[in-house]
Design a protein around this ligand. Structure first.
Ligand code: ZN
Length: 439
């Protein structure tokens, strides 16, 4: 049995295909005299035949048919029904052989514990375990060999029932396509029941009775970096991330029952420990990053409030000055507006392009729109509101004034100082942006 983990892709691929194609090996029967498991050693078919037909029956629940042996030169010797196949599905043979394998493994390695098949776990018969291991101290671990389909709800009910009874349940899913599906690149395609098992804190495991190995789904986790506020590329093998998880194959002899996760052993223990450590690290780091984000948000808001407190009085002063303008080019309003923007005008208001105008002469009607409806404001408005604001200030404009106003508002939207609101009217509605209102 070659079952150690391989780090080479080719080895992994061939061990995966061996895992999936594990043949239907019928080697465990039941001794009808003792009710115990009986194992057919290889190359003993002929000498065991008389004994088998007299005492050994089929272990598939509800069958108990008499068996005989088959000697094979290329494959291993095996048990078989007298009537061909016994009418069992492959899955029920695998299930019965898997249970027998687990029971035998537990009995051999833990002689002080009791390993029983399909025993009722309480008097009410609430839950029957495939194999129930009872330790010398009375602690119990139920092994479930699951070849048939199982809904997440049905799994949860069984899991909860075990928990209520203080039993740790270990789920070993079948290696056939009913449960184990692999993509071409060897990725495990987990179903919702598998997800539920992993969410409960247990690794997703598959059993191949033929090879006496367990395949464990190992996914990739990433550490979160609080300072960078993102997950790092570094890869940590974890059991609780099934997206792109791969199967790592381990001999049953590498695993050990324990009362923590049901199954442990050095390698599996390492996987659980790394997963837990990454989980703890990420919980702390994510909380820290959230606190940092919140602190920065508060700092930004405080800064904005300070800024607004400085800008508001300037805006009010400018609005008040619009009333007393006689010559715009020499007005106090224009001087204040130029001081207000400094280097931050950035296309908010156009200059008058006219050879006779002094340089840096801002368009008066645009200044009015900007300070009446945008600077320090938050209410939505349309072209009509803008036009009325100009009229209120008594500014004379050319006949295409309304068109110019509309064009100006779209220009401000392009510059990021206004945003258009969804609406149904003929003319668009705008609202000041942060940059429009306060800079
Ligand atoms: Zn049978």
């Amino acid at each position: 049995m070659s079952a150690s983990t391989s780090s080479f892709a080719d080895d992994h691929k061939s061990s995966l295909s061996a895992f999936q194609s594990g043949e239907e090996r019928f080697v465990w029967g039941l001794d009808k005299h003792t009710g115990d498991l009986w194992y057919l050693e290889d190359d003993t078919a002929t000498e065991s035949r008389a004994f088998v037909s007299e005492r050994i029956v089929c272990p598939v629940p509800g069958c108990a048919a008499k068996l005989t042996t088959a000697h094979r030169t290329k494959k291993r010797d095996g048990l078989q029904h007298f009537a061909r196949g016994g009418g069992h599905s492959r899955e029920s043979i695998f299930h019965s052989q898997g249970c027998a394998l687990i029971q035998d493994w537990l009995r051999r390695n833990y002689p002080r514990s009791k390993a029983q098949r399909e025993e009722y776990t309480n008097e009410k018969g609430e839950r029957r375990a495939d194999v129930l291991l009872t330790g010398p101290d009375g602690d119990r671990i139920a092994f479930e060999v699951q070849y048939s389909s199982l809904t997440p709800e049905a799994w949860q009910r069984r899991h909860d029932s075990y928990q209520r009874q203080g039993i740790i349940d270990v789920w070993l899913f079948g290696h056939t396509s009913n449960q184990l599906k692999l993509t071409a690149d060897g990725t495990v395609q987990a179903n919702p029941t598998h997800e539920a098992v992993v969410q409960s804190g247990q690794a997703l495991m598959f059993l191949s009775p033929d090879l006496s190995v367990v395949g464990v789904a190992v996914g990739v986790g990433h550490p979160f970096d609080a300072d960078a506020d993102r997950y790092l590329d570094q890869r940590v093998p974890v059991f609780n991330e099934l997206v792109s998880a791969r199967l790592e194959i381990h001999s049953l002899t590498d695993l050990r029952p324990n009362t923590r996760h049901g199954l442990g052993g050095e390698w599996l223990h390492g996987l659980y420990a790394r997963t837990a450590a990454l989980g703890t690290h990420n919980t702390t780091a994510l909380a820290q990053a959230a606190r940092t984000r919140e602190r920065r948000r508060q700092e930004r808001e405080a800064k904005q409030r300070t800024w607004e407190a400085r800008r508001s009085p300037q805006q009010q002063r400018i609005r008040a000055l619009f009333g007393g303008v006689e010559r715009w080019s020499r007005s106090e309003a224009l001087a204040e507006i130029r001081a207000y923007f400094g280097d931050y005008l950035k296309g908010r208001i156009d200059y008058i392009v006219n050879p006779t105008s002094p340089p840096e002469l801002l368009v008066q009607w645009q200044c009015v729109i900007y300070f009446e409806l945008i600077a320090g404001q938050s209410s939505p408005f349309g072209a009509r509101d803008a036009f009325r604001a100009i009229e209120r200030c008594g500014i004379g404009m050319s006949t295409d004034a309304f068109k110019q106003v509309v064009r100006y508002l779209y220009q401000l939207e392009d510059g990021g100082f206004l945003r258009q609101l969804p609406g149904y009217g003929r003319y668009s509605t705008f609202a000041p942006t942060q940059s429009g209102a306060w800079w």
